[in-house]
Write a protein that binds this ligand. Sequence first.
Ligand code: PLP
Length: 447
Amino acid sequence: MVEEDPRRRIPGTDTVLGHPEVRDAAHSLGEPVLQRIIHQAQSRARSRIISPEQVVPEVIAQLEGHRPSSLRPVINATGVVIHTNLGRAPLSPAARQAVVDAAGYVDVEMDLRTGRRSQRGAGARRALLNACGPAEDALIVNNGAAALALAAAALVGTGRVIISRGELVEIGAGFRLPDLIESTGAELMEVGTTNRTHLQDYASALEAVPQDERACILKVHPSNYRIAGFTSTVPTAELAGLAQRHRLPLVVDAGSGVLDPEPALPEEPDLRGALSDGADLVIASGDKLLGGPQAGLLLGSTDTITELKHHPLARAVRTDKLTLAALEATLTGGPPPVTTSLHADPEVLLLRARRVAEAVGVDVVAHDGRVGGGGGAEVPLPGWAVRLPESAAEPLRSHDPPVVTRTSGSWCLLDLRCVPESDDETVLQAVRSVLHDLHAAPSEEQV
Ligand SMILES: *Cc1c(COP(=O)(O)O)cnc(C)c1O
């Protein structure tokens, strides 16, 4: 008797779909993704990698492990608070809830009392104005770069933007603020030198601007570098006086967006201070030291903000409802994770690091955290790290959930500054499992 080809027992797609467990596990998945997962399992059975009986269990396992988005939550054990590659600021519990609430239909542009159209994002605007007193009005756009482009387009057009040579910033991934400004049609007028710029440099430039041309003075905070040594910059208050005498706006790009002076970061310009010093417009990002969602914040005088609101580009850089919800909740809720991590107590960090280190028999070493892409260039945040062999870094990233550490010298350093304490046990389990696997499979030189 000829034996039946086992591949004839591979269940067809409809049969697989008929299993209630498959239906349950697939409830939030689109048809094409579901079909692909089933076809892959069938194909593996046809290639005899799995048996026909394993097709349905494999499909269920795949469905259960499937995430609706390819973005994976990770544990940031780098000690870098605002880590651009890890999505900058993690949202506060209040902001996360606000995002979920705003995900459906929401009264973002409707006055529910009258049923008429209302100002978009009025709540977020109000929260921003409450948090930052001296501003008369505010506008929220997509990100800091969009805010700067809108400011240049609306206030200057094809006129001149006067800026110090010490403030021509590359913000990362090859993006340069001077290029961004020029792309709006404005012409840059660089003044001073890399290390020193004086009020007279700005004054001379202003004399050279033709009477009928629009212009502004732009002061940019160098968020990601420091010029030290023989240096000189012009304070905002002095620039404001000069701008006022020439009846031109002073725009301050503060970068990171601390509302009030931050004692831990004395060089970080605060928005309130810049406005009090006379800036007509202050720009900041929402997802740096403010600890909120990606957004560009524009704060200033009523006239200036009105001009921005009415520029056609304002519509192109309009903020999403999820962002508006998260930003308002960040401003009105408890301290966001960025603030908590920035102010983490080194003694508590030491105790937490020791708990992990002692459980797996490794050392704790002193380790400075960093503010990261968001500001506080070069400012060390004293703390501690669990010191692991360098070879642990890759398997920790491949762990579920991924744990991202810092590699320094020939060590993998695990800093708990940005890890919520409730995740310490998860981190410990990851470290334990990775070290166990490393010991079980010693590398060649160890053999
Ligand atoms: C970060 C930064 C920007 C860009 O802001 P995004 O929100 O990343 O677009 C612009 N200017 C300064 C000074 C910055 O620090």
